[in-house]
Write a protein that binds this ligand. Structure first.
Ligand code: GDP
Length: 380
């Protein structure tokens, strides 16, 4: 009897110990699962479950996002950017080309028709002188039975390309001599699209695997500095900046120094666009250029002009030409203007080529300017 009692006692003891062990294992496993789901504070909060007994959902694997390093953008490649922007150019300038072609295709090119052609060209901001030149050439070549008489479209295409001048060197000087960085100074009045253009050029250079430093020397506008910092951060390009109101020349100096020390390919410097008076502008831009050139030469001075401002743009161009040696023009907002003739007018005014055109607010909406592509977009 006593031995049966001993056995019973032993069996119950083993059962109790086993039960405790099983309960212990289950609850430690559950604790582990809970810990996995809650230690990482970056894990997104789980949406509350409708079912309070939904243990499945609690223990489901959780995707933990990468720590907060901003994802770098990959700027659009050259080929697709150019195709896209060519279409946009054709859309904005098509009316001008179609208008000219319709007039030139009339059965009789009488004086009234030539006057209409002149009006169309003047309305497109080409300017009086270039308009007269073009009309004279077209009249001579399209004279019935004239030696050069050809299809009006071909003649117009050829003469428009000549007017835009395919012989000008439109390459950007983005490299310095002997391995030093190229320095591109970007000037223009506020609102023309300077900062945006600096950001867009930086993206093009990054897409071409060039190393870049940006100088935020538009220190009079805190927003401009922030704006440029954002452009830089999006593609991993360093932006040298100073507190609001810092001397723009000192920011430009530091940016170029950083570029030289790091051996980058190009330093792009945004500048302040206050058109207070010619002397003030000359003093400021002159100083910026001088302090940069204590280190390396400025290789390119780009004047940014808003294509929608017409004659006003030409007046600005004159003031800047006197303040600083402009080597190239960027015409922005050509997407918002049907007056592409400003390309011709501004080149004539400054004697320097349009090198880039802005065709939208998108980050990659900047294209190199090519006369044949431009005229074809006009006439397509
Ligand atoms: P900044 O004062 O000269 O530096 O001018 P911003 O770069 O701040 O540009 C002024 C405004 O023009 C911004 O809203 C830009 O998005 C816009 N902008 C710049 N370039 C273009 C362009 O090519 N097309 C269009 N539609 N807008 C542009």
């Amino acid at each position: 009897m006593s031995s049966l009692g001993d056995w019973l006692f032993l069996i119950i003891g083993i059962a109790v110990v086993g039960l405790i062990a099983v309960v212990g294992l289950v609850s430690s496993g559950r604790r582990r699962s809970l810990r996995q789901g809650s230690t990482d504070v970056l894990a997104p909060p789980r949406p509350p479950s409708a079912d309070p007994t939904d243990v499945e959902q609690l223990d489901a694997p959780i995707l933990i996002p990468e720590p907060e390093a901003p994802a770098l953008e990959r700027p659009e490649g050259t080929a697709s950017r150019l195709v896209r922007l060519r279409e946009r150019l054709a859309r904005s300038q098509g009316t001008l080309g179609r208008g000219l072609l319709a007039l030139l295709s009339r059965d009789r090119l009488d004086d009234d028709t030539w006057e209409d052609i002149e009006d169309t060209l003047i309305t497109a901001d080409i300017g009086v002188g270039p308009t007269q030149e073009l009309v004279d050439k077209l009249r001579t070549r399209l004279r019935v039975g004239g030696p050069d008489a050809g299809h009006p479209r071909d003649v117009l295409r050829e003469e428009l390309i000549n007017l835009v001048d395919p012989t000008m060197d439109r390459r950007l000087a983005i490299s310095g001599a002997d391995g030093s960085p190229g320095v591109v100074l970007v000037v223009g009045v506020n609102g023309a699209g300077k900062t945006t253009t600096v950001g867009k050029i930086a993206r093009i250079l990054v897409a071409e695997d060039r190393s870049v430093v940006l100088g935020a020397a538009d220190t009079f506008r805190a927003a401009a500095v922030e704006q440029l910092a954002t452009w830089g951060a999006r593609v991993g390009v360093e932006v040298i900046r100073g507190p609001e109101g810092t001397d723009p020349a000192s920011v430009a100096f530091e940016a170029v120094k950083e570029g030289v020390d790091r051996g980058v390919d190009t330093v792009l410097v945004d500048t302040a666009g206050r058109l207070q008076n010619k002397q003030g502008l000359m003093d400021e831009l002159g100083k910026v250029k001088r302090v940069i050139e204590k280190q390396v030469p400025v290789t390119e001075v780009l004047l940014v002009l808003d294509a929608t401002t017409g004659q006003n743009g030409l007046i600005q161009a004159r003031v800047f030409r006197e303040a600083v040696d402009v080597t190239g023009i960027v015409l922005t907002k050509l997407d918002g203007s049907a007056k592409g003739g400003i390309v011709v007018a501004v080149q004539r005014e400054l004697g320097v080529p349009v090198k880039l055109v802005g065709l939208g607010e998108g980050a990659d909406d900047l294209a190199p300017f090519d006369p044949a592509t431009f005229v074809d977009a006009l006439l397509d």
